[in-house]
Design a protein around this ligand. Structure first.
Ligand code: TTP
Length: 200
């Protein structure tokens, strides 16, 4: 059977508590150890949204690399951008309602910034992928129903395209896995470039 082979006997360290990132990498055949970052996610000032997503991904990777300097560490951050406004995770039901109203009936961008780093090799590779997502127009009843599912609360922009949130999405242009939390194609390309995995 054709599969991804790990050249290095070391597994990749995923600096994330996100079950989505774990599943996406494991489904792609990438072997990982999970060591979540506890760094405070503070948005840098004067940086565009794509740069913010990279900066937060780098922050998480660096935080975990401090205690695992000999490993390749992957940190990532997903944000939703509408009208140059960055939407992270909603703080409350009202906040989720505000975000979903903002997204209703129009297009927005989902940016996932990620950073692969190995401290002892002094190597750091950062990248960002942007996906355009268009929501259908949402009624107040649909927004309330969706908030009541509980899905919005641990997700940027207050929705999950991989769950019941799929029924809110009219169109997507670009990487689907990027919206779910990690652009698998681009991440695996970088893993190949650093000789951590290859296709055989
Ligand atoms: C837009 C969107 C986001 N998300 C999720 C992906 C991320 O887990 C989350 C954004 O929060 P992040 O801060 O990127 O990640 P996290 O806090 O879940 O995990 P960690 O910081 O430990 O890596 O939103 C979806 O699951 N589906 C979607 O459609």
């Amino acid at each position: 059977m054709k599969e991804i082979q790990h050249i290095d006997t070391q597994r990749l360290v995923l600096a994330s508590q996100s079950p989505r990132r774990k599943d996406l990498l494991e489904e792609a055949g990438v072997l990982i150890d999970i060591i979540p970052s506890h760094a405070d996610e503070i948005l840098p000032e004067g940086v565009d949204p794509a740069g913010c997503a990279i900066a937060l991904g780098r922050l998480k990777a660096r935080d975990v690399a401090e205690s695992h300097p000999d490993r390749w560490v992957l940190g990532a951050d997903t944000i939703v951008v509408v009208d140059d406004m960055i939407l992270g995770k909603p703080a409350s039901g009202d906040d989720a309602n505000r975000m979903l109203r903002l997204l209703s009936g129009r297009a927005h961008q989902v940016c996932t910034g990620f950073c692969l780093l190995n401290a002892s090799l002094d190597r750091e590779i950062c990248d960002v992928v942007v996906t355009d997502v268009t929501f259908k127009a949402l009624s107040e009843a649909e927004i309330s129903w969706y908030i009541d599912t509980g899905e919005p609360f641990d997700k940027a922009g207050a929705y999950g395209i991989q769950g019941k949130g799929a029924s809110l999405v009219r169109e997507i242009k670009g990487s689907y896995t990027n919206v779910v939390g990690l652009p698998v194609c681009e991440v695996v390309e970088h893993l190949k470039a650093i000789d951590l995995v290859e296709f055989r």
